[in-house]
Write a protein that binds this ligand. Sequence first.
Ligand SMILES: Nc1ncnc2c1ncn2[C@@H]1O[C@H](COP(=O)(O)OP(=O)(O)OP(=O)(O)O)[C@@H](O)[C@H]1O
Ligand SMILES: [Mg+2]
Length: 606
Amino acid sequence: MQPIKKQLNLLQSLWQLFKSLFQYAIVDRWLLLLAAVFTLGITISNTVIIWLLGTPIDLIQQEDFSSITTVLSVFVLVVFLNQAFHLGNAVLSHWLGLRFVGRLRSALFSKVLQLSHLALRRFEKGDLLARLSDDVAEAEQFVVETPLDLVSHVFTFIFYSAMLFWIDAELALIVFVFSPLLLLHQRYFAARKRRVSQKFYDKSGALLGYEENALGNLQGISSYSAEDIMSRSQKKVFEKFKYWGMRDKWLDSTFFASFNLLIYLPAAVIIYVGIGNIHAGSITLGHLVSFLLYLGYLSMPIRGFAELPFAAQGSAAAAERIINVFNTLPEVIEKQGAKPLQVSHGEINIRNVDFSYLQGQPIFNGINIQIHAGETVALVGRSGTGKTTMVKLLMRFYDPVQGSISIDNQNLRDIKLSSLRDNISVVWQEPFLINASIRDNLQLACPNADQDSMIAACQACQAWDFIKELESGLDTVIGTGGINLSTGQCQRISLAQAFLRDAPILFLDEVSSALDSQTESKLIESIERFCHERTTLIIAHRYSTIRSADRIVYLNEDGTVVIGKHEYLLKTHPYYAEAIRWQTDQEKWENRKVEAEPRFLKVGSE
Ligand SMILES: Nc1ncnc2c1ncn2[C@@H]1O[C@H](COP(=O)(O)OP(=O)(O)OP(=O)(O)O)[C@@H](O)[C@H]1O
Ligand SMILES: [Mg+2]
């Protein structure tokens, strides 16, 4: 009882997986129907061809040579038809498969893009790539190719079995006596296949993830001479991949070998009984040949039926991995009926906000900040106190655990996410640039930007001087993450993106940390002009960057804030005063260094 229940559960879960992905195939219902018609054409023509192959043997024995010509003419005609159906079916199936892959892969890609960083931490990047490529291809087998094969098997089974019974019912019964063995065989293998394939795909994803991670950190690896350590670890990850790959292959091979035995052994029995029947005169030699040919070809659908749950378990494992991504909830979910954000003044209100990434490790503890319309507020505090996190909350990458954030009295939880982000220009601490030209990167922030506005934005951000020196100017491709540029150059391009976007609310997170003092001071002037009459939150460690801020928010390490003007904080907040004193001392030291340099030059030139 238990194994039958297990088998039913397996079939049920296969059906559930199939239903979840079939929506990407059913769009082509008419093409699918046409493919089924082609399959029917192939089966009928095959049935006729096999029959015609046996017929001439009896005609020769009866010395009826005139009929042989007619039989051969019909044979050639049916072969032509058969190949035409095959051609149509092959092209159409491939076309259907590609269309399915296109739809599923795009949907999965969009889903991955929608997931927030925290949700994405469940998957390695390389593993996601494996799901997008290998698993989607496997899912295509499961949802398109396998059902089309199944239709073909059903047609073949019906037509060929009917022919077997029509030719010789006694021989046909012998064939079907052996069929329970095939079912038992299939049941034994199918349950193991799903588990082994799932492991194999997981290890394949882990390997890709490991390699992708290493390739993204080449500089870090070589600076610690960690190439050997990384290669050794890669080998260990590969060993696991190899182990499960071999187990998967072993399962496939033993399945096919034992299956073939179960198919060919009954054939010997049938030949033995068939020869007896010829002697008894109940069957002709030509018919026995046709019978054996039908039987040979009948092994294909029988094998197909037996293999189907087995192969489907492998594909289902891949389909399951895709559905797991679809079922992953993003950190924030847009409310049903959310309204677009209407920015009238640009006032931001953070009320009693608590937030933590991990339970028991609070980042914010009941903080209240009001940023007035058009005001520039600086957010400062020690490293790791949550400045970048604050911007992420304002962009609604995460929701506060308690409290609320609103813009012009509209709670972020009630508004459309896209409209929120459309009204904000943000420059992140780590510039996010794609591997494309500078022009493409700028157009990512502002798709309608023309050449003149791009140049003006680059000039304002002190980026034009170096861009115009590049061989292809704005069309220079900057590499993944801007690897072909310096960090400071990437920061300036990111800032130009924000300038071009020209949104009413602006967040700047350490935008000039990688610049020299001279470039920074020019950039700050541009930023100050740009911030004018725009609600701005600016994060910086250096006081020089935030000197024009209307107010300063100091983030304490216990997740609370102190708010005031620079002079007020200097007097009342010892940590703030200490941070400023440190910076002033450092600037004095740097100035002394600059003054000292000409004397060294002089000595060197004498
Ligand atoms: N995705 C995350 N999951 C868990 N913890 C996180 C995550 N992102 C940041 N943190 C933690 O939250 C805290 C605040 O991080 P955040 O990046 O906001 O600091 P910060 O003030 O911007 O620091 P810095 O000045 O160095 O840029 C840190 O302790 C950090 O380790
Ligand atoms: Mg930060």
